[in-house]
Write a protein that binds this ligand. Sequence first.
Ligand code: F6P
Length: 324
Amino acid sequence: IKKIGVFTSGGDAPGMNACIRAVVRTAVFYGVEVVGIRRGYQGMLESDFWDMDARSVGNIIHLGGTILKTARCTEFMTDEGTEKAYNNLKEYGIDALVAIGGDGTARGAERLSNRFKIPTICIPGTIDNDLYGSDFTLGYDTATNTVIEAIDKIRDTAASHNRLFFIEVMGRDSGCIALRSGIAGGAEAVLLPERATGVDELISKLSVDAKNKKTSSIVIVAEGDKSGGAYQLAEHVKEKFNFYDIKVTILGHLQRGGSPSSFDRVLASRLGFAAVKELLNGKTRQMIGLRGNSIVLTPLEEALNASHFKLEDDLMEMVSVLSI
Ligand code: F6P
């Protein structure tokens, strides 16, 4: 391997810059050239390449977002698109890839590496924590911390006004951010895509709390929850339960930004460093991740086809126990 291409794709996540830094510096350390591909697969289609060196990634370890920019690209997923992207890589002498991103990024990398046999390692980077092959994805810890900060602030005003707040958090089809931030933020209930909670079940929990002299409440709603989103849920609850004044906050894209936590910076550095070393060891078509406290490889095909229910049973059980 002489020239590694590195790119970020899909939704940005805090820690991506720390990861790019680790990939670039590890490659340079081992005498391999490294090229940044801007805007993910879109940049591959447009030959938007950047010859990087150790200095290209100075002073970025603490920054959210991605200096390589990112995009969601549908053209790449066509046969012609994949071929065009590969030809551009070949023409530029890029003979291996490190792909940083979520599910769509990994599917694209699988497609490219399977068809054209270009050595490829994927690094799971998404706030959603919805990939198999790593206990944690880059950005998940930071996003969860951001959510907790918001919950703490909302709690101050909720308690002062005796209000019930529905707080909607990101995660696409995954309830990981909701569950973890619900536990850490002391929520009364957490609504998850992985487990249906009926409005009646929620109201009965809130009623018991009210009888037990709770004067305010916080309910976390994962955006993928099947109840139709925090606003609709709040309307349904209002129809049958009027103990509290009810408010809704949708946290939205602020969950994607911000300086990465120490956990995300270290995870990003470990995965970026290991990805380059594994490529140089001859590995390809793998997802690299953290299991327990070890760096592990999972074949991309397995990682993409596995079911990845990642919610901890004890956390699910303790939400209602710890909020009595
Ligand atoms: O995958 C990360 C994520 O932030 C999801 O949690 C959310 O559903 C989605 O991306 C939002 O995508 P966009 O930034 O394209 O609106």
